[in-house]
Design a protein around this ligand. Structure first.
Ligand code: TYM
Length: 330
């Protein structure tokens, strides 16, 4: 077990998880479980950088954790825990913030985008978010971090922070590689295919939630924005259709060329229905398992307490190693 390469990733409990989360990241989380030693967490600390309603937030943390189990993350094989339960994450984040430059954080596209979206709440947490993310990663010394394309820049800064720390204080952190799927790395909105599919979108037709029921999923795909042609073809000037082709490819494993051939001479109506059905088939068993898992809070708590403990043993070791190198009296 020890010679397996290590994997770490996290997801925010900020509402309903989407098909984008699933195809961009969670599918890989699942597929990596046997070959790698995996650690996964619900990144609740990251989620408060945009305002959360405390009561709803609590429910979302439970439901995100339950959904990860429903997906098939096996808490015996992988370490599955809740970020805020381990003080090492925030503590290391503080240490790392002193080797992170104001300028490099200012250049983060997600910070710029979220600042524009929440102009009335551009808080310091939103700004230093990538430093906490670097701490999440570096504490577990992973080789790979499975994420969607939107997190690539955050991975790069985590690598820069790690290299800088190692250079100044001596070797502590492994330099991780991003692990991004070839298909599904950037699932776009069904209503505005120039924008990424996001759970925080006001228009619920723009995203498919993993827990949407079959009819809802099919209806959302039927309403997906395409173009005025009628050919199912992957092309930069056909962002709506290309997004649907990518989704269909990611779910069925068929190449884009094969999908184009399958729908040659057929209209968008038939194509959208096929995509909707394929996605609904893929997500249905997850929803079914989820309903059972979320109903047993005591069992959920038992699972995350055990995961917290397992994660903490690793996190503590790295944290103290870093603090020692920095000259702290331990
Ligand atoms: P989050 O919670 O926004 O998203 C979780 C994962 O889903 C991917 N993703 C997508 N992939 C493809 N298409 C989309 N439309 C789409 N939307 C989301 C994300 O890339 C991500 O992999 N900062 C992270 C959470 C985090 C983290 C970490 C990740 C905290 N600490 C340490 C890795 C390592 C985030 O906000 O992801």
């Amino acid at each position: 077990m020890d010679d397996k390469k290590k994997v770490l990733s996290c997801i925010q409990p900020s509402g309903m998880l989407t098909l984008g989360n699933y195809l961009g990241a969670l599918k890989n989380w699942l597929n990596m479980q046997d070959e790698f030693q995996c650690t996964y967490a619900v990144a609740d600390l990251h989620a408060i950088t945009v305002r959360q309603d405390p009561q709803k937030f609590k429910g979302q943390i439970y439901s995100t954790f339950a959904l990860l189990l429903a997906l098939g993350i096996d808490p015996e094989k992988s370490t599955l825990f809740i970020q805020s339960h381990l003080p090492e994450h925030t503590a290391l984040s503080w240490a790392l913030s002193s080797v992170t430059q104001f300028g490099e954080l200012s250049r983060m596209t997600q910070f710029k985008a979220k600042s524009a979206l929440h102009a009335d709440n551009i808080n310091v947490g939103l700004f230093s978010y990538p430093v906490l993310m670097a701490a999440d990663i570096l504490l577990y010394q992973p080789d790979f971090v499975p994420v969607g394309a939107d997190q690539k820049q955050h991975l790069e800064i985590a690598r820069d922070i790690a290299m800088r720390f190692n250079r100044i204080y001596g070797e502590v952190f492994k330099i991780p590689e991003p692990y991004i799927p070839k298909i599904g790395a950037r699932v776009m909105s069904l209503q505005d295919p120039e924008k990424k599919m996001s759970k925080s979108d006001d228009n619920i037709n723009s995203f498919v939630a993993i827990l949407d029921d079959r009819d809802t999923i099919i209806r959302k795909f039927k309403r997906a924005v395409t173009d005025s042609e009628s050919s199912v073809r992957l092309s930069e000037d056909k962002p709506g259709v290309s997004n649907l082709i990518n989704i269909y490819s990611a779910v069925t494993g068929k190449t884009a060329a094969k999908v184009e051939k399958e729908f040659e001479g057929k209209g968008y109506g038939e194509f959208k229905l096929a995509v909707g059905e394929a996605v609904a088939d893929e997500l249905a068993p997850i929803k079914e398992r989820y309903e059972k898992i979320i109903a047993d809070k005591a069992e959920l708590e038992r699972i995350f307490r055990a995961g917290d403990e397992r994660a903490e043993r690793v996190a503590r070791k790295t944290y103290f190693k870093a603090m020692k190198k920095m000259g702290f009296v331990l």
